[in-house]
Design a protein around this ligand. Structure first.
Ligand code: 3PG
Length: 391
């Protein structure tokens, strides 16, 4: 795929799709990682004399203007990070925006309003895509985090303009792509999270590629149940018992090391001050629920991670938002931070966990994609990437 470095940008109006879908609380951005990660592309374009038009979604406003989801704050933060004036439009298309773009000088930056204020965005309406395209001479997709969405500003627009990837997009695709297509071994994948159904495809694909697949989080209990264990009030996806057994079979057939927790932390309530204890998985009390992996499992997983050349981690090991049940996720994060192997954190909750434990800087790559990195690891093509180079 071509990147922004492979094309002439000087004097051009460049429509850059970024993922400024940052977490916000009480009118404040609580994590600006996604904005900081776009700086290489934005700076490159500024330094090379482009007119930089940035577009993003924020939240899920469902095709309507939502005052809490304007891009005003992300635009302001970008200005602070660049140390440069960043203009903000009140809309994403239309005459007023066109006039603002026409008035831009080379090196200027304009942030458009939330593209999801328009119903056509998520419908990938060709008309809206055309309106976006009319604002620019070149499309740069730097929104890896939204690349799994076939929307007007991620996919549709690429059919109307020369379309290339931005530097963040390029980095994400190269790191994740190399890891999965030509992994250093031993390659360990750690899959956690609460729901089996969300992780079926990723477990399936990584079983083909990795040497070790370690399972944690709420989804583990469906495996225990499938093996005939009492799981008490733990999370269960009753319709996926066969799928769970199928993975154990598949691992055996492929000679892969598919590792389930050997012990867990159970509690008599889903709260910080619940009674809790570590038990082996054949001793889960009938009226308790499992909320984290236990100490034996933590030690076992840490050892495997320490001996790996490549680690890919997606999904927490327990309810890490509550300190009582955070140890499993924390020790996996620490093992990833200290292993000499290359560590890739697959975005979303695992990325938030590494932030929470102040270990983010110790990881080799933290993806800016949540759903996007998951779909990538499932082996799926991302529509926002496929559309590049179309013209
Ligand atoms: C994300 O946060 O994963 C991306 O920004 C995509 O957001 P979405 O799930 O609302 O499409």
């Amino acid at each position: 795929k071509k990147s922004v470095r492979d094309v002439e940008v000087s004097g051009k109006r460049v429509f850059v799709r970024v993922d400024f879908n940052v977490p916000m609380q009480d009118g404040q951005i609580t994590d600006d990682t996604r904005i900081r990660e776009t700086l290489p592309t934005v700076k490159y374009l500024i330094e090379n004399g482009a007119k930089v038009i940035l577009a993003s979604h924020l939240g899920r406003p469902k095709g309507q203007v939502n005052e809490d989801m304007r891009l005003t704050l992300p635009a302001k933060r970008l200005g602070e990070l660049l140390g440069k004036e960043v203009a903000k439009a009140d809309e994403a298309v239309g005459e007023a925006v066109k006039a603002q773009v026409n008035a831009m000088n080379n090196g200027d930056v304009l942030v458009l309003e939330n593209v999801r204020f328009y119903p056509g965005e998520e419908k990938n309406d060709p008309e809206l895509a055309k309106q976006f395209a009319e604002l620019a001479d070149l499309f740069v997709n730097d929104a890896f985090g939204a690349a799994h969405r076939a929307h007007a500003s991620t996919e549709g627009i690429a059919h109307h303009l020369p379309a290339v990837s931005g530097l963040l997009m390029e980095k994400e695709l190269s790191v994740l792509g190399k890891a999965l297509s030509n992994p250093e071994r031993p390659f360990t994948a750690i899959i956690g999270g609460s729901k089996v159904k969300d992780k079926i495809d990723v477990i399936d694909n990584l079983l083909n590629i990795a040497d070790n697949v370690l399972i944690g989080g709420g989804l583990a209990y469906t495996f225990f149940k499938a093996q005939g264990h009492e799981i008490g009030k733990s999370l269960l996806d009753d319709s996926k018992l066969d799928v769970a057994l199928g993975f154990i079979e598949k691992a055996k057939k492929l000679g892969k090391n598919f590792v389930l927790p050997v012990d867990v932390i159970v509690a008599d309530d889903f709260s910080a001050d619940a009674n809790h204890k570590a038990v082996d998985i054949d001793s889960i009390p009938a009226d308790w629920e499992g909320l984290d992996i236990g100490p034996k499992t933590r030690a076992k997983y840490a050892e495997i991670i320490k001996n790996s050349k490549l680690v890919v981690w997606n999904g927490p090991m327990g309810v890490f938002e509550i300190d009582t049940f955070a140890n499993g996720t924390k020790e996996v994060a620490e093992a990833c931070a200290t292993t000499s192997g290359y560590t890739i954190i697959g975005g979303g909750d695992s990325a938030a966990a590494t932030e929470k434990f102040n270990l983010a800087s110790k990881m080799d790559h933290i993806s800016t994609g949540g759903g996007a990195s998951l779909e990538f690891m499932e082996g799926k093509a991302l529509p926002g990437v496929v559309a590049l180079n179309d013209k």
